[in-house]
Design a protein around this ligand. Structure first.
Ligand SMILES: C[S@@+](CC[C@H](N)C(=O)[O-])C[C@H]1O[C@@H](n2cnc3c(N)ncnc32)[C@H](O)[C@@H]1O
Length: 285
């Protein structure tokens, strides 16, 4: 299992009854999590929640606030800084478990002989973009959502990462990858964190089970002659780590080494919170 235990500003306090109780610096949030099918370890603790995301029967949901929260606030992890806020959907703009992958990529980037060119697909608010650029890489960040890309730029500036280390592209991932292949552009590291379902800026439909293998295969062709890593993350419930591992092994024709594991966060009251799976390819056999 890849366990992310590097945060001081973030903590999963308890889990139970279909929810997780998390501390985001000084703010305690309670959010739904369909995988949490066990009872709470410490029910009294949940009274500390400052806000709770309530799902509606229609499919959406809304936040219920128990005190006035700042419009947004900052989470720090070493030199990295990120804005977080409760968004209209249940997200906060950061997936803290991804810090386990940031650490892996940071080590690969530090080992590279020249500044590696990294491609971050479905890059959202730029957690990995900022982490890789701060480690010394140049990162091309691709996402369909303008608003998320603007948030990613703010995170880059907040972390003091030089502007010239990043390139932000608002485009459909498949269209961008196809164009980069045609142009002959290559990358030393590629990561993707695709949603189960999504849309490109022009309404292009992304459905994970139909599209992932094809995209992963095209991305394998985008790797340079001096590859540092290729990483696929998946948080779709029910997708085993070995699915992602098999995809990478096939796409890389069995070359190099693939580590595929569940990704998880430690829970202060006991156990771990499952957060999906990651497969990491490295050229070292
Ligand atoms: C939940 S995020 C991934 C999390 C992110 N990698 C992180 O750790 O912070 C999924 C992202 O995929 C983007 N997306 C969905 N479909 C897309 C498409 N067809 N092309 C480009 N981006 C897409 C969404 O805008 C969203 O920002």
């Amino acid at each position: 299992m890849f366990i992310c235990d590097s945060w001081q500003d973030y903590e999963v306090l308890d889990t139970g009854g279909g929810e997780k109780l998390e501390r985001w610096k000084d703010v305690v949030l309670c959010r739904p999590d369909p995988q949490v099918i066990w009872p709470k370890a410490n029910p009294a603790l949940w009274e500390k929640a400052d806000a709770r995301y309530l799902r509606s029967s229609a499919g959406g949901g809304e936040w219920e606030f128990y005190r006035k929260l700042p419009e947004r606030w900052v989470l720090e992890l070493g030199a990295l800084k990120f804005y977080v806020r409760p968004t209209g959907f249940k997200h906060t703009g950061l997936f803290p478990e991804q810090a386990a992958n940031w650490e892996f990529m940071r080590e690969r980037i530090k080992k590279a002989k020249k500044r590696p060119m990294i491609l971050n697909l479905f890059a959202y608010t730029g957690g990995a973009t900022v982490a890789c650029a701060a480690a010394g890489a140049h990162v091309t960040h691709v996402d369909a959502a303008k608003g998320m890309t603007a948030w990613a730029k703010e995170n880059r500036d907040l972390s003091g990462v030089p502007e010239e280390r990043t390139r932000f592209i608002v485009e459909d991932v498949k269209a961008f990858v196809a164009r980069e292949l045609r142009r002959g552009n290559r990358y030393d590291g590629i990561l993707m964190d695709p949603p189960s379902y999504g849309r490109g800026p022009g309404g292009e439909v992304w459905k994970l089970e139909n599209e992932l293998y094809g995209l992963a295969e095209l991305c394998a062709q985008l790797l340079s002659d001096t590859p540092a890593f290729y990483l696929i993350n998946g948080y779709t419930t029910g997708f085993a780590a070995s699915v992602l591992g098999n995809i990478l092994t096939r796409c890389m024709n069995g070359k190099g080494k693939v580590d595929a594991e569940e990704l998880a966060l430690p829970v202060t009251s006991g156990g771990v919170l499952p957060c999906g799976a990651t497969a990491r390819w490295t050229p070292d056999a």
